[in-house]
Write a protein of this length. Structure first.
Length: 60
């Protein structure tokens, strides 16, 4: 009987660990997607990416 209980506990631990891992991976992917959307929206609002000239602000 003790072996059956240990097996059940092991299965439950594996399932819980898997769900936590999936949750963390989903959170990381969500944060990355949100960051990409934020940067894209910021570039749209400000008029694009790097408009800097080589040589600094005084370059002509």
């Amino acid at each position: 009987m003790g072996t059956v209980i240990r097996a059940i506990i092991a299965i439950v631990v594996i399932v819980v660990a898997w769900k936590l891992l999936k949750g963390l991976l989903g959170l990381i992917v969500g944060v990355v997607v949100a960051a990409i959307i934020f940067v894209a929206a910021k570039n749209l609002i400000t008029g694009g990416g790097n408009n800097k000239r080589i040589g600094g602000p005084d370059a002509r």
